[in-house]
Design a protein around this ligand. Sequence first.
Ligand SMILES: NS(O)(O)c1ccc(OCc2cn(-c3ccccc3)nn2)cc1
Ligand SMILES: [Zn+2]
Length: 261
Amino acid sequence: CSSKYVLSQMHPMWQGPLAVPGGDRQSPIDIVVRKSVFDSQLKPLVTDYDPDTCQQIWNNGYSFLVEYDDTTDKSTLKGGPLRDKFRLCQFHFHWGESNAWGSEHTLDRRLFPAELHLVHWNSDKYSLFEEAVMEDNGLAVIGVFLKVGKRHEGLQKLVDALPAIRHKDSVVEFNRFNPACLLPANTDDYWTYHGSLTTPPLTESVSWIVMKQHIEVSHDQLAVFRSLLFTSAEEEVQKSMVNNFRVQQPLRGRTVRSSFT
Ligand SMILES: NS(O)(O)c1ccc(OCc2cn(-c3ccccc3)nn2)cc1
Ligand SMILES: [Zn+2]
């Protein structure tokens, strides 16, 4: 997918509430569990990912992205709160310098050490990611919290590829990875709300689907995330890629719906 051309404009140091014109549906947010509203119309998520569409893994100077061939409807998401079919474009993570923080969304102000984002765009309505990224409900992002515990076997293939992309703008081929292995066992229980990208261009085009159940990764696996660098090989001062999360944004009267009671 085309996220390569813009994400690298991110600089990790900005984390403040950038002024976004009419920014009344910004992300991430704190999900106040007892204020979320059960919606019986919300369906189970239907993911259908083809591991053969996995193309490369690269360091964009903000996070590391695993990118998928999104020229056909081979890896898709539908159901949940969505009316249309969405194509998987990429997934990436946000994490902290310590296990005490790192996630973008919070649950009743509780921070997790990291958060996975699986980014999809509406292929029923648009023909390219960069078109959909500017449109209301053009994107659907699944958020999964990470906790430190037992080693995540499926994640290890990805962790083993990270040393090859330590520096910003490094890319390596990465094939046959099925991101479904990163989803929690229970994908029926989630919160959903209308929000935005959490990095520039911060466009308010995202249907967020935040999983109630987290996944577990080992301390050592997360430590490899922190061995990545924000900086390119040429720069004299190397900066560890940590704390690449945005602060929580005002809810501005939005309702967070839950698929479970
Ligand atoms: N962290 S997050 O899951 O919210 C998330 C997910 C995807 C993001 O893509 C930014 C982006 C925009 N464009 C773009 C390209 C061409 C034209 C217009 C925009 N490319 N990448 C940013 C944050
Ligand atoms: Zn993200």
